[in-house]
Design a protein around this ligand. Structure first.
Ligand SMILES: Nc1ncnc2c1ncn2[C@@H]1O[C@H](COP(=O)(O)OP(=O)(O)O)[C@@H](O)[C@H]1O
Ligand SMILES: [Mg+2]
Length: 257
């Protein structure tokens, strides 16, 4: 569903991607890990077409993005549900109108059909009672669920998340993870998630990929990933374990199953 082949990208003198090869199979969830500044967001922006590679190929659902015109790119982007860090909602619109927004903007459906699809999508994330509330009246976790609904209401084949739990408290983080897992199961989309959160990566990923010095140096299922011998991956996991131990001094810190 997503394929990057030999993708290179530089900004001036700085080579951020130096030959990225990565394949994400249809219906699976791939989590991309890597230290801050390693180029994870840059990589993701190649999948949603916001950046074009200097060299190499990016394919999404059988389309090679490199050669597409702006109009063709727009058609591909319609297949994507994109949830960035903020997942910003429109504060002046109700939950219903936030989720209806992409349908009204892009799908040109009769209003009854809009209402049917909005209700269906909100029900997926357990928000059927919240339609007439405004974002300011919702908890952080509920806002995230509304943002998820808005991203999936057009039934995207691919869901992209960049750091979906950034700046959230542990409880809200849990509910975002829950949304990603249950929402994905019900929508059946292929998911690509960038996160620095190792525990979430092990929770939601069918495969984990690690970006280091501009290349994917490991890409494997969680149980293999945790055994990975690459020094950068080992150091990254070790560092995470140490930080977890500091956060929960008495806790029993292990990599999650
Ligand atoms: N549009 C841009 N112009 C110049 N440099 C950029 C641009 N986008 C990202 N970079 C640089 O690319 C590197 C990787 O950034 P990023 O992908 O955001 O890292 P990560 O998401 O892994 O933390 C950083 O050094 C960043 O400054
Ligand atoms: Mg980033």
């Amino acid at each position: 569903m997503i394929e990057l082949i030999g993708v290179h990208k530089s900004f001036g003198e700085q080579q951020v991607l130096r030959g990225v090869d990565l394949t994400v199979a249809e219906g699976t969830t791939c989590v991309l890990l890597g230290v801050s500044g390693s180029g994870k967001t840059v990589l993701m922006k190649h999948i949603d077409g916001l950046l074009r590679p200097d060299a190499g190929k990016v394919c999404v659902d059988g389309e090679t993005l490199n050669q597409l015109s702006a109009r063709e790119m727009e058609a591909v982007r319609r297949k994507l549900g994109i949830l960035f860090q903020a997942g910003a909602l429109f504060d002046s619109l109700t939950v219903f109108d936030n989720v209806a927004f992409p349908l009204r903007e892009r799908a040109h459906l009769p209003e009854e059909e809009v209402a049917r699809q909005v209700r269906h999508t909100l029900a997926l994330v357990g928000l059927q009672g919240a339609e007439s509330l405004y974002p300011g009246e919702l908890s952080g976790g509920m806002q995230k669920r509304v943002a998820f609904s808005r991203a999936v209401v057009l039934q995207p084949r691919v869901l992209l998340y960049d750091d979906p739990t950034a700046g959230l408290d542990p409880l809200t983080t849990e509910s975002v993870i829950d949304v990603i897992v249950t929402g994905k199961k019900r929508v059946g989309a292929t998911s690509f998630i960038v996160t620095p959160d190792v525990s979430m990566a092990f929770h939601v990923g069918d495969r984990l990929a690690f970006l280091h010095e501009g290349r994917i140096v490991e890409h494997s299922p969680p149980e293999e990933f945790r055994q990975c011998r690459h020094p950068a991956v080992k150091a990254f996991l070790q560092d995470w374990l140490q930080r977890e131990a500091l956060r929960h001094p008495r806790g029993d810190t292990r990599l999650p199953p």
